[in-house]
Design a protein around this ligand. Structure first.
Ligand code: ASP
Length: 439
């Protein structure tokens, strides 16, 4: 019998998790059962993925760079990656602004609904937490983001999983390996090559557990959600975000098909396990090891491209997040600050949503923290900020799941484009967890 493809297994796990969540939600004490006995399996899975992300980035990037043979290629790849990342993010923001201005989901929202949402969320811990984090983010100097790329202690960077610092260090080691005599470079290169293989195998093994883990994660999402009534009131807003995200996926598929001449269906089939995990975990950082495995082994992107483009992308390229930030900012203005809806403010949103998505961490709900920064950049009244966040808080989790899926798809798309442009797109060679396992 033909084996069921991984993405189908994950999908079955997700759907069963959703059904299980609904059933337990309707039973007395069901929510506690999910929280205490089911959710931990999802947490274990996310922990395992995070556990391997750092060694994987380090090993694959050092291996990739040290095999480049030509340092100028690094510059070429870096420049192209940045330009394409910026361009796709700009497209995302423009799509978002186009939709929200056309549909106008916030115009005419009933006073009673606004009041209800305000009372429920304005002082909730979730909203207060986002505002506190946004204030901390704001209290930095202009060049701090640049300074933060350079670690003073690599062990601290590794322990904190500071992606950009680790990427910088790995490139630094990779370049130096190119500059020392080959016989001296060889042992370290072999070491990282071997480490890279081991961590990739860990991804294969962890993925065997994925269908069960997404069951646990989604069952937990369902029992944690108790705002169905408000969700219905925010349907027009959620519709704008989701349709913008769908358009963005369409845009990626057009790029893939025109530039790499690969079939979009094939691309989606290969990358779908990473997309489904992004949806289930709401974190591009946690999904990164799987994205790397899919892109290298199933899409055929060379390690030296994926090792650089994907970790950088997970950190700074968030097209789904920026699209969401543009729509959310205008939606909030339509509801509680219509006088702020000027053309120049929307232009400012384009610039700040671009920077905000770069600054957003690749973890659940980070996009909402940076939304505060976007709103502040257009002079949004400070006293209205908690109400603004309260307005969109109820639907943030489902939208976070969707935008994270787009963030991950965007990174995979760009890695394909860069690989193609550098002639680094090969015939994929997928590996199974037991390829070398001798009974
Ligand atoms: N959860 C998103 C990610 O990890 C970031 C966000 O939009 O909140 O990509």
């Amino acid at each position: 019998m033909k084996k069921l493809a991984l993405h189908w297994k994950i999908l079955i796990g997700m759907i069963s998790g959703i059904i299980f969540g609904f059933i337990l939600n309707s039973i007395d004490g069901g929510k506690d059962i999910v929280t205490n006995w089911v959710k931990p399996f999802g947490t274990i899975f996310i922990n395992l993925l995070k556990l391997i992300a750092v060694p994987l980035i380090l090993a694959s990037l050092i291996k990739g760079i040290s095999e480049l043979k030509d340092i100028s290629k690094i510059k070429q790849m870096g420049l192209r990656t940045m330009i394409i990342y910026m361009t796709t993010t700009l497209v995302a923001i423009i799509i978002g602004l186009g939709i929200v201005n056309f549909v106008k989901p916030g115009v005419g929202m009933q006073k009673a609904t606004i009041e209800k949402i305000k009372q429920k969320y304005e002082n909730s811990s979730g909203v207060v937490d986002k505002l506190t984090k946004a204030t901390a983010q704001n209290n930095t100097t202009p060049l701090q983001a640049l300074v933060d790329i350079f670690p003073s202690n690599i062990f601290e960077a590794l322990a904190n999983a500071s992606m950009l610092q680790i990427i910088f260090y790995a490139i630094f080691i990779g370049i130096c390996l190119l500059l020392i005599p080959e016989d001296k470079a060889k042992p370290l290169m072999l070491f990282f090559d071997s480490l890279n293989e081991v961590v990739m195998k860990m991804v294969d093994l962890i993925m065997l557990f994925a269908p069960y883990a997404v069951f646990a994660l989604l069952a937990n999402v369902i029992v944690s959600f108790n705002d169905v009534e408000i969700l219905i009131k925010l349907l027009a807003y959620a519709f704008c975000v989701v349709s913008g995200l769908v358009l963005m996926i369409g845009f990626y598929l057009i790029l893939i098909s025109f530039y790499t001449k690969k079939s979009p269906i094939w691309f989606l089939n290969q990358i779908s396990p990473a997309q489904l995990l992004a949806f289930s975990t709401s974190s591009s950082a946690a999904t990164l090891p799987v994205t790397m495995e899919r892109v290298e082994e199933h899409l055929g992107v060379d390690k030296e491209v994926s090792g650089f483009v994907l970790p950088v992308g997970a950190t700074i390229n968030m097209d789904g997040t920026s699209l969401y930030q543009a729509i959310a900012a205008v939606f909030i203005m339509q509801v509680i600050w219509p006088e702020g809806l000027t053309f120049s403010n929307q232009l400012t949103i384009v610039a700040t949503a671009l920077l905000a998505s770069i600054g957003s961490a690749a973890v659940p709900s980070a996009g909402m923290v940076m939304l505060v920064v976007v709103l502040e950049s257009i002079g949004f009244p400070a006293d209205l900020l908690p109400i603004g966040l309260a307005l969109i808080f109820a639907v943030d989790r489902p939208l976070d799941m969707c935008r994270t899926t787009v963030n991950v798809t965007g990174d995979a798309t760009v890695s394909m484009l860069i690989a193609k442009s550098l002639n680094k797109l090969k015939t994929p060679q997928p590996k199974e967890w037991n390829d070398n396992y001798k009974k």
